[in-house]
Design a protein around this ligand. Structure first.
Ligand code: ADP
Ligand code: MG
Length: 718
């Protein structure tokens, strides 16, 4: 049963007057603003079609089509005062013209207003020379450029003026710039919106009382729409957009907050044993003390899983900070309580690695652990499946593909999802849907920027490990270009001779055959040139599991000193003696990928190094923002923020596929204070009025259903 089904079921039995699907009682904004725009006067079917290409179908869409940018129009200026780059109008007498008839045809006029001269240039405007002649007075406006030290306007708008009956010269204003198409210019959109702005704004309903908005330095919704489209100043435009963003975030946080509230109150989960005896038994398996950050998170997890309600927690932390240990701790609490726990990994390789790692921790215990991945042979698979079904297999590690399907657990009480930024939100949603009453811990090795966490992962409680295990010194990172490549390998050999181990990573190429060729040829080159004395292993995605595991074990045991790999080693390997990571063609990797790779070293107490080799023309160091970020910081949180800036929100979240909303004001998704405020306010409302039955909440309920109707009926999100 979906969460919202459950909510509505509850509402039926309880406050039935407050049921959310009672259309007759709703206010009217929907009806008015949901009219198709083609019924607006002046917007015929043809224009409506052109607008539809921009996603504008209803009146509401038109209101929500916010300017892409604003430009300040300075109004009338004397030519002597013009500054390049500004938008302004000038007025004066034409003193000279010139026409060049080649393609494109170019017509130039020199305008003099007594304070200076300005060049006006038009392309392909046949017949202009008849209108604009020496001696004529015109007013021209446009963006001021500079040509040979003199102001110039290309393609200016212009009017002829008869000095006597002049309209007053234009004054300064802000122009809204809309994203247009080939068929629909920004100016046309601006005109349509300008014409309808007032009547449409008057249909907009207000969600909050004015004093409440004022306290937050926000406008009303009507004012905000009005001033987003037609601001009198840039600060005013900003305030208006901030207001709209606040409302938008609020609504989204409200949906999420309601879901969480009802999940907590309707779904039950097995309360797990977190007592001292269990705690002691688990700690005996670890051969180190936990960091403060790990202790803090374990305490949070204990508080969650000891409740009869499902945990929904996101565990963030840098590579190597000890998340896996924390997950193991949680899983062992499930096992100690008589249940089973699952760790889901995004790739086969990572599942194998987790399986081996956890197996080592469990060496001195009776806990049974099994691996379920595509590569597991039939007999072993049957054994694991049997253990899963009869409950004797306490811990199971597997890939999503295998475990997601028809595996029936006897007592599945804890689900750990190692996300590594690779699972789609949808996919995760479907796992959790199937196990709605199971405590869930999601781990991400790429920290999610706070702003992103609040919006796209707002339905999870967040735990953060912001501390590395003791004795780690920061990894020294250098970005060099190809010319310095030999230096990197000289350095590598020195480290190897001191007894250390190393990784060399080359980019994976689309087709596997080539991928193989690229690492093989790299290995051949290095064997001949630098690493003749050292045992090299080559690892790639096409290897079968047994070979791969044997090689990893050999590397771990120190028999293999250098591991050459494609980015398949991105995650999961943990060899403290490895101190050098060389990345070839580093310019081809994404920022968070590079950060993951770097995290393979610096896992012991020796100083570690990461060398990023980039192609000349891609720019090493400063010129490439990703490589520069890598050199500048080792903090995963800073890296994540940088990544967000470089790649943009959509790319990271993949909003379209993820089922998350597209916000109208993506730039404000970076405004942490605003996000926090809207989230806080929304959650406070959930506490106050979890069924949205108060009269003030009615309009919100309506807006929520309008915007997130489909999401409300999803069994689970996130
Ligand atoms: P993550 O999963 O966050 O990448 P891991 O849990 O794999 O990190 O831990 C990285 C390495 O640090 C492992 O070798 C692990 O055994 C070790 N480690 C984890 N926690 C501690 C600790 N508190 N003290 C010392 N070593 C630790
Ligand atoms: Mg890990």
């Amino acid at each position: 049963m979906g969460v919202m089904d459950a909510i509505s079921a509850e509402q039926k039995s309880g406050a039935s007057a407050a049921r959310t699907n009672e259309p007759s009682a709703e206010p009217e904004e929907a009806a008015a603003l949901d009219r198709p725009i083609q019924f607006l006067k002046g917007v015929g079917p043809a224009r409506a079609k052109a607008l539809e290409e921009l996603g504008i179908v209803t009146c509401r869409d038109l209101l929500d089509y916010l300017p892409r940018d604003y430009e300040r129009f300075e109004g009338h200026r004397s030519i002597g005062q013009l500054a390049p780059g500004e938008l302004a109008a000038v007025e004066g007498e034409i003193i000279q013209t010139r026409i060049m008839r080649r393609r494109p045809m170019r017509f130039e006029a020199l305008l003099d207003d007594g304070s200076g001269r300005c060049i006006l240039v038009w392309f392909n405007r046949w017949g202009l020379e008849d209108q604009i002649q020496p001696g004529v007075r015109i007013r021209a406006s446009g963006k001021i450029g500079l040509f040979q030290g003199r102001p110039q306007i290309v393609q200016p708008k212009f009017d002829l003026v008869e000095a006597a009956q002049d309209a007053p010269p234009p004054t300064a204003r802000i122009n809204a710039v809309y994203g247009g198409t080939a068929r629909l210019a920004s100016a046309v959109i601006a005109r349509i919106i300008a014409e309808w702005l007032e009547p449409l704004c008057s249909e907009v309903d207000e969600w909050f009382a004015e004093p409440w908005l004022q306290e937050r330095k926000l406008l009303t919704r009507r004012q905000a729409y009005q001033q987003s489209h037609q601001p009198r100043s840039l600060p005013q435009a900003y305030q208006a957009r901030r207001t709209l963003a606040y409302h938008e975030f609020f609504l989204y946080q409200l949906v999420i907050g309601l879901k969480r509230y009802h999940l907590k109150h309707l779904l039950t989960a097995k309360p797990l044993r977190v007592d001292d005896e269990v705690d002691r038994r688990i700690r005996r398996l670890l051969h180190f003390g936990l960091t403060h950050a790990q202790e803090k998170v374990i305490a949070q997890i204990k508080a969650d899983i000891s409740q009869p309600r499902p945990m929904n927690r996101l565990l963030q932390g840098d590579v190597g900070c000890g998340k896996t240990v924390v997950a193991l701790f949680a899983m062992l609490m499930a096992v100690a309580s008589g249940g089973q726990a699952v760790l889901l990994a995004p790739t086969e390789l990572l599942a194998e690695q987790h399986y081996l790692t956890l197996g080592r921790y469990l060496a001195g215990s009776r806990v049974q652990i099994g691996l379920l991945a595509g590569s597991v042979v039939a007999a072993e698979r049957a054994r694991v499946l049997a253990g899963i079904q009869d409950g004797s297999m306490g811990l199971v590690v597997g890939t999503h593909a295998v475990l997601g399907e028809h595996v029936a657990f006897k007592n599945l009480w804890l689900l750990v999802v190692d996300e590594q930024h690779k699972f789609g939100v949808r996919q995760r949603g479907s796992i959790r849907e199937r196990h709605a009453g199971v405590h869930t811990l999601v781990m991400t090795a790429t920290p999610i920027p706070r702003t992103l966490a609040m919006t796209y992962f707002g339905d999870l409680d967040v735990s953060i490990i912001d501390e590395l295990p003791p004795g780690r010194s920061p990894i020294v990172t250098r970005s060099i270009n190809q010319a310095l490549r030999p230096k990197a390998y000289e350095f590598l050999v020195k480290e190897l001779n001191r007894g250390r181990q190393a990784y060399i990573v080359a980019p994976a190429i689309e087709e596997n055959i080539q991928e193989l060729a690229s690492v093989e040829s790299l290995a051949t080159e290095l064997r001949a040139a630098w690493l003749a004395q050292h045992a090299i292993g080559v690892i790639h995605g096409r290897m079968d599991k047994a070979q791969r595991q044997a090689l990893m074990e050999a590397f771990r045991a120190g028999e293999v000193r250098v591991l050459i790999a494609t980015s398949v080693i991105e995650v999961g390997i943990d060899v403290p003696n490895a101190t050098v990571m060389i990345v070839e063609h580093a310019e081809r990797f994404g920022l968070s990928q590079l950060h993951q790779l770097r995290g393979r070293v610096g896992r012991g107490d020796q100083q570690s190094y990461c060398v990023l080799i980039a192609d000349e023309d891609a720019g090493a160091g400063e010129k490439n923002p990703r490589l520069a970020a890598m050199v500048k910081t080792s903090s995963g949180f800073v890296i994540a923020e940088e990544d967000l800036k470089i790649r943009g929100m959509g790319e990271i979240v993949g909003t379209r596929q993820s089922g998350r909303p597209d916000f109208h004001l993506p730039e404000l998704l970076f405004d942490e204070a605003l996000l926090s405020l809207s989230r806080q306010d929304a959650l406070a409302l959930v506490q106050r009025d979890p069924h949205l039955i108060s009269p003030e909440s009615r309009v919100l309920r309506q807006a929520m259903r309008r915007q997130y109707g489909d999401m409300l009926w999803l069994a689970d999100v996130g």
